[in-house]
Ligand binder design. Structure first.
Ligand code: RFL
Length: 391
């Protein structure tokens, strides 16, 4: 065998898994189709929840990977310009999340894996897994020079995101997929403008908007847009004026906009997350909306469960974890899909002008967070990341 595990994809899922396996003494090779600069520059998520932070700490990676990230404090929800604050970490029993931009997490995970002697191959083209339903799977790819390579292994980890090759390698009749379009248009811009005092969500009849820190000098903004509109055509001044209106802040500091993206507000789940010797983790198996910030965290918890299961199988011949892997991940996935949907519905319906009944329901749901400590604690528990069920 060339290695124990071939990991396809060097995003948060694949790199977390590679680090966990390395520290557990299990050999692996990571194959990534892009070059290092591209992977390390890709900006997306920004929150490592408390649960995911605990996982890195368990593997001795806490200081290196999440340690210097600012600790999350309060969450501000502004309704028609009126601020209300939720102390989410306190409500979760003293479990703060941390602000760690995804590209920083990826850079640090690459650094620690390579420092530990890890094998990470960038620009791996045409990665193709073979014989996944047998005992000896292998993976072929071409390097940047066009030379074809083959790696034999015991397990293949499909960590190559939604558009990757791994899920597509499972025969269609073996998979059940679920897709859901939330019917909400979302536009996000990254700007070199000072972050808000607290993570900020604003609900008003002008539509939903949010602002989150992305480092000490940058903010990521989200704006709801009406179906049929194309926000990528909006002049920047239009974006800023909408943000000022929705955030109820005439003095909102502006800065150069460095990124503009339309975010698809859709959900996707593939079941099961394992087939033969292939195990899917992260976006390869499930997509969530950014509402609730669970996508990257789910990728990390999948990697954790998979690392534990593979380690037990490879080092001790115990396959129970592998057999339970898919069901355990899917339980968390559906829990977080529900949370993400619940959250999205609440903040968007609460601002809608069209349907007065739904607006009142959404506002009642929102008010409950500030009036019932039990409701607030349930919300905070999901924000911090729920515990794994006891085996
Ligand atoms: P990734 O990050 O997509 O990484 C997959 C890697 O696989 C490589 N790859 C291949 N390699 C070899 N061969 C192939 N055939 C390959 N095909 C693909 C890719 O180049 C890539 O390097 O998936 P992973 O690791 O599962 O991580 C998932 C997260 O990236 C994702 O869930 C989050 O970014 C989602 N998300 C957010 N999650 C959060 O937890 N909190 C957030 O605040 C948050 N905000 C966001 C987000 C996603 C966004 N976008 C653009 C999708 C905000 C945005 C705008």
């Amino acid at each position: 065998l060339d290695t124990t595990v071939v990991i396809i994809g060097a995003g948060p899922a694949g790199l977390s898994l590679a680090n966990f396996l390395q520290r557990g003494g299990v050999g692996c090779v990571v194959l990534e189709m892009r070059d290092r600069a591209y992977v390390e520059g890709r900006q997306r998520a920004g929150v490592i929840d408390h649960r995911a932070g605990e996982i890195f700490a368990e593997f001795g990676l806490g200081d290196q990977v999440t340690g210097s990230g600012p600790v999350e404090t309060l969450l501000e929800i502004r309704t028609d310009g009126v601020p209300r604050l939720l102390d989410v970490p306190a409500l979760a029993g003293g479990r703060p999340s941390r602000l760690v931009p995804q590209q920083l997490l990826v850079q640090r995970l690459i650094g620690s894996y390579l420092d530990g002697g890890g094998d990470l191959r960038f620009e791996a083209r045409d990665v193709t897994p073979h014989d996944l339903d047998g005992d000896r799977p292998h993976v072929t790819y071409r390097d940047a020079d066009g030379t074809t390579h083959e790696l034999t292994c015991s397990y293949v980890a499909g960590c190559d995101g939604f558009h990757g090759v791994s899920r597509a390698s499972i025969p269609a009749e073996e998979l059940t997929t679920y897709s859901f379009d939330h019917g909400i248009g979302w536009y996000t811009v990254l700007a070199d403008s000072p972050p808000p005092r607290y993570p900020l969500m604003a609900v008003s009849r002008h539509g939903f908007a949010a602002q989150f820190a992305r480092g000490p000098q940058a903010s990521r903004f989200y704006l709801q847009y009406q179906p049929g509109d194309d926000p990528r055509q909006w002049p920047d001044e239009h974006t800023w004026s909408r943000l000022r209106l929705r955030l109820g802040d005439d003095a909102l500091p502006e800065g150069p906009i460095t990124g503009r993206e339309v975010v698809e507000m859709r959900s996707f789940v593939a079941e099961p997350m394992a087939w033969g010797r292939l195990f899917l983790a992260g976006d390869a198996a499930h997509i969530l909306t950014p509402m609730g910030a669970k996508g990257m965290n789910l990728a990390i918890t999948d990697a954790y469960l998979l690392a534990r299961a593979i380690t037990a199988s490879a080092l001790h011949g115990d396959d129970a974890g592998l057999a339970a892997y898919s069901a355990a991940c899917l339980r968390r996935t559906w829990d977080y899909q529900e949370f993400s949907r619940w959250f999205a519905e609440m903040v968007h319906d609460a601002g809608a002008e069209s349907d007065a009944f739904r607006r009142r329901l959404a506002r009642a749901r929102l008010d409950r967070l500030f009036e019932s400590p039990y409701a607030a604690a349930a919300f905070a528990d999901l924000m911090a990341g729920t515990a794994f069920p006891q085996a």
